[in-house]
Design a protein around this ligand. Structure first.
Ligand code: ITT
Length: 181
């Protein structure tokens, strides 16, 4: 089975493609940037983005919205993760976290699938912490500062894909998809 994934982010597509392979699902990349509505809830933002996008791209397709939620910053950058990454980046986050002892954070991924009639969402969460320095050469985005069991996602390489927020959300989606057809 083949399904379209709309994203401007090549890294996300490549990770999703590998996970899909394990379910016999082939992904087609629709490389496209789309406007995300503002909102305080990742799931609502993903759902609304998929609904708005369906006016331009024929369903079925899915999108995926991810965010880093830092406990000590009351969930910041959360739904603003993309903007914050572009503006202050990993160094900026580390600066905000200077001297902060509580370093717990979660990475959340919400997949929103539009089937032509409605949108269904699937959520994946991984708990970790913010490292005290940038570490690792793999991955993208916040990977060099997000740590699980002492290693950053950027240090894990392929292993990130075994237990990331994206993996969890996509596994839920793909197993649902496999059952529905
Ligand atoms: P889309 O076109 O799919 O929206 P995007 O890169 O804007 O691509 P998001 O809004 O979902 O994607 O991502 C929010 C930010 O979080 C963005 O800066 C990403 O680089 C970063 N991010 C997303 N997934 C990540 C991951 O698995 N590891 C590290 N950073 C990630």
């Amino acid at each position: 089975m083949r399904i379209r994934f709309v994203t401007s982010n090549r890294n996300k597509f490549q990770e999703a493609e590998k996970i899909g392979g394990a379910y016999g699902i082939e992904l087609e990349w629709i490389e496209r940037e789309y406007l995300e509505p503002q909102g305080s809830d990742l799931e609502k933002v993903a759902r609304m983005s998929a609904e708005m996008l369906a006016e331009k791209i024929n369903p079925p397709f899915f999108i995926e919205d991810s965010g880093l939620f830092i406990d000590a910053l009351n969930g910041f950058p959360g739904v603003y993760s993309s903007y914050v990454f572009k503006t202050i980046g990993n160094m900026g986050i580390l600066k905000l976290m200077e001297g902060v002892e509580r370093r717990e954070a979660s990475f959340v991924c919400v997949v929103a699938y539009h089937d032509g009639e409605q949108v269904k969402t699937f959520r994946g969460v991984v708990k970790g912490s913010i490292s005290s320095e940038i570490r690792g050469d793999y991955g993208f985005g916040y990977d060099p500062i997000f740590e699980v069991n002492g290693r950053t996602f950027a240090e894990m390489g392929e292993e990130k894909n075994m237990h990331s927020h994206r993996r969890i959300a996509l596994e839920r989606f793909f197993s649902w998809l496999a059952k529905s057809f």
